[in-house]
Design a protein around this ligand. Structure first.
Ligand code: CP
Ligand code: NVA
Length: 302
């Protein structure tokens, strides 16, 4: 049994093994080869925030692996009425075989793991989005043929996506330069993580500095789920932190673009750049399915 609470908890080897398994599962699915290793297993999927990709990829992935996905909205669970997560963890551990949770506080995910006795998978918190980053790394490797030695750039907010991309890129031998406005840097624990990798990690204020010679440019919304009331303030703060033609011009030739979606065209990315890189972005979305199946197999069977 294994948890995926945050990407920092998984070694380079575990991440790369997961990507290899995801590639294999993708190949098998495309070729009609069944892989029902989770037959008879139930995954509870707790959602305290909205989702399209995470919900559908886990639900379809669990089904393809022969298991049963159980969608649990916090609007309906007692957790939404204040039942402690510690109790929910102990109850659900007696009914089901694993939990995927999307919520606000990272501490809630950690508490589920501490009090439960089944694998816990983080489907996004305010702090991180490890499942998405495994799909991103899978996609970059698919398009570029490697990860080691590539330069990633992230333009925008020091949010869950930036945090997990910093960990994922550095753990797989990439360098990463991020550009965020003052006051929107990633949290200190992520900066400390990055510093262990010397000049492979850099925080810039000017997006053009971060994007220079990039092999892949990533971005995400300026206001994440739960920050809707800050939309106007953030539109001002992030003005200029946009993936557009001017930014793409300083990157390496053939530079990819990744966006976890949903995207706000005209804010963090222009419609032109989005459409020019739509193949990469929607392959990234598809790879949520394959990467999430790999995470499920690893967490349930190792
Ligand atoms: N990228 C992502 O996690 O999408 P959803 O919010 O639709 O799950
Ligand atoms: N940073 C975004 C990612 C959505 C998948 C959010 O948390 O809303």
């Amino acid at each position: 049994m294994k948890h995926l609470l945050k990407l920092e908890d998984w070694s380079s080897e575990e991440i790369l093994n997961t990507l290899d398994l995801a590639d294999k599962l993708k190949y098998e699915q495309k070729n009609g080869i069944e892989h029902k290793v989770l037959k008879g297993k139930t995954l509870g999927m707790i959602f305290e925030k909205s989702s399209t990709r995470t919900r559908v990829s886990f639900e379809v992935g669990m089904t393809q692996l022969g298991g049963y996905p159980l969608f649990l909205s916090s609007n309906d669970l007692q957790i939404g009425r204040g039942e402690p997560v510690q109790d929910t963890a102990r109850v659900l551990s007696r009914f089901i075989d694993g939990i995927m949770i999307r919520t606000f506080e990272q501490s809630e995910v950690e508490a589920l793991a501490e009090y439960g006795s089944i694998p816990i998978i983080n489907g996004l918190t305010d702090y991180c989005h490890p499942c998405q980053i495994l799909a991103d790394l899978m996609t970059i490797r698919e398009f570029k043929g490697k990860l080691e030695g590539l330069k990633m750039s992230f333009i925008g907010d020091g949010n869950n996506m930036m945090n997990s991309l910093i960990v994922g890129a550095l753990r797989t031998g990439m360098s990463i330069s991020v550009a965020c406005p003052e006051g929107y840097d990633p949290p200190q624990r992520i900066i400390d993580f990055g510093k262990q990798f010397g000049d492979k990690f850099e925080i810039c204020r000017n997006p053009l500095d971060a994007a220079k010679n990039a092999d892949v440019i990533c971005t995400d919304v300026w206001a994440s789920m739960g920050q809707e009331q800050e939309q106007k303030i953030r539109e001002k703060a992030f003005k200029g932190y946009q993936v557009n033609d001017e930014l793409m011009a300083v990157a390496n030739e053939g530079c990819m673009v990744q966006h976890c979606l949903p995207a706000h065209r005209g804010e963090e990315i222009t419609a032109e750049v989005f459409e020019a890189h739509a193949d990469e972005i929607f392959e990234e979305a598809e790879n949520r399915l394959h990467a999430q199946k790999a995470v499920l197999v690893k967490c349930f069977t190792e």
